[in-house]
Design a protein around this ligand. Sequence first.
Ligand code: NAD
Length: 343
Amino acid sequence: MKILFYGTKSYDEQFFNKILEGYPELDIHFTDANIHKETAALADGYEAVCAFVNADLGTEVIEELHSHHVKLILMRCAGFNNVDLEKAKQCKIAVMRVPGYSPEAVAEHAMALVLTANRHTHKAYIKCRENDFSLGGLMGVNLYGKTAGIIGTGRIGQAMANICRGFGMRVISYDKYENPETGIRYLPLSQVLKESDLISLHCPLTEETRHMINRETIQTMKDGVILVNTSRGGLIKTSDLIEGIRAGKFFAVGLDVYEEESPYVYEDLSDQILQTSTMARLLSFPNVMVTSHQGFLTMEAMEAIAHTTLQNAVDFMEGRHSDHELTGRFCQASKGSRTGTGS
Ligand code: NAD
């Protein structure tokens, strides 16, 4: 099977190349071009394409891929909210993904954001390098003994709950589909927002969850709350978050994902003038820590992504049943189930 990998960076190629020998039936080509309307035609002559969270796999792109006889879209990520699944089904293009490749990778990054934003280690590092050993602006709060509110108790939410327990925190959670096996105490969303000192978002972005953190819900949170989002930018209405930060509602905010991230994420734009100001505004606040959708970026996660993506291709080729298929050809995608649409 000939597969075109779109939007690859050196670290992607490194992990796929390492295991390619084990998949002699796959003929893989990499391009650093990301997939969108103008680049979809590059897939001519390929049976499959592989893409990531920042790809545009909307209606027009799927139609274009169909016109070039592409039969399979391999998402090398868990998320698929950037894929028009209905159009893919109509075009008989299968879509497969990599769910739960390393929940700990993302949860550990969520806690790293909390710690950095709370204890200002990013600033302390620069201050010390400049021989400024004063402590002004570095005050933090203890996490020990505080309450962590986990929104979405799937794989990553559970990993984050474990980390928070390790810090001596009381953990409460909200999930639309409660899972008693997690052993986490479930409460209504309003209660979790009201009682938590740290709120960590781990539910998928759907029409229902879009802007779940907004002016009204922010007002119900404790003053001095810490908010961290490693899930999807659209969960937070950024303009309301900025209003809340300005009003002094948050002790710290950590964002690995944010609305409007698509044009920027994974690109080095250090010599360019950004065309939107949201990022600049967020970065102007001393208690906000932003990273560029890197929660997944650990060696273990990359290895797991590479293995599962290539195995998905082989399963498709051999007509094997796979729970990783979203288009319902071999299995039914989980409408209304616990499965999310996240990255
Ligand atoms: P998962 O499917 O295991 O868990 C998602 C949880 O959200 C489930 O328990 C589900 O019941 C719950 N949920 C669904 N709808 C909900 C709703 N309306 N309200 C509250 N909870 C709801 O997914 P996961 O592997 O834990 O991933 C969680 C999210 O993390 C993904 O959706 C994705 O957006 C994000 N993610 C980010 C990165 C990164 O690099 N930053 C990497 C991977 C995943």
